[in-house]
Design a protein around this ligand. Sequence first.
Ligand SMILES: [Zn+2]
Length: 248
Amino acid sequence: MEAVAITLDIDWAPDFVIDHVAGLLAAAQVPATWFVTHASPAVDRLRQRPDLFELGVHPNLMAGSTHGDTPDAVLAHMCALVPEAVSLRTHALVQSTPLFARVVQQTPWVNDVSLFLPYVPHLRPAAFRVGGGVLCRLPCFWSDAQEMSQPQPDWRVADGWLEMPGLKVFAFHPIHIALNSGNVGAYEALKRQVPRLDQAQVQDVDRLAQHAPGTRTAFLDLLERLAGDARVGTIREHGERWREEFSA
Ligand SMILES: [Zn+2]
């Protein structure tokens, strides 16, 4: 499976950051899946582009979550937040068999992208039978945060990783695109200045944006390369195609 997907963990990014990244995707006409953390006017604007954007959910199942105190409460909150969602990636990749049993039984979500296998070639979706149903697990191949964690990050993503064989799901954080993060320094400085990220202003982000190759340059290179590329689609589309082949 040579499918490619661009995914974005919104992670409470401010609206101007969401709008900016959505504009870059729309200008390149590259589809993407957004994993939503909260309601906002910018999320509603994403919802108005179903031709280009899929809205999935990004539930926070950790202690102190604003999504709810128990797994059941978190799942119910996310179902109400994005009723149309069929795809999920959990915040911080929290996962367990009992959690996925709940997902199958209590939500309409059928595609999970919470499994991260960085830089592994020949990836393909897997059928995970759990809770009396089947979840399509599409492993994630690359993330901006993981690239920052490499001993020597290489942001020429479009020239290298894109041409690896197999399914390639790229995970970006809009705030790292806005900051052009090449390491976590700018993000940590922003969090010190604005502890509630959704309240950050344009000038807060602009002042801290990095100028060496980083998340933004990798994202722009990818968009340029993927414009008009038939391999690229949303998680929903890749899941649907997989289910057709799986049941054939
Ligand atoms: Zn997250």
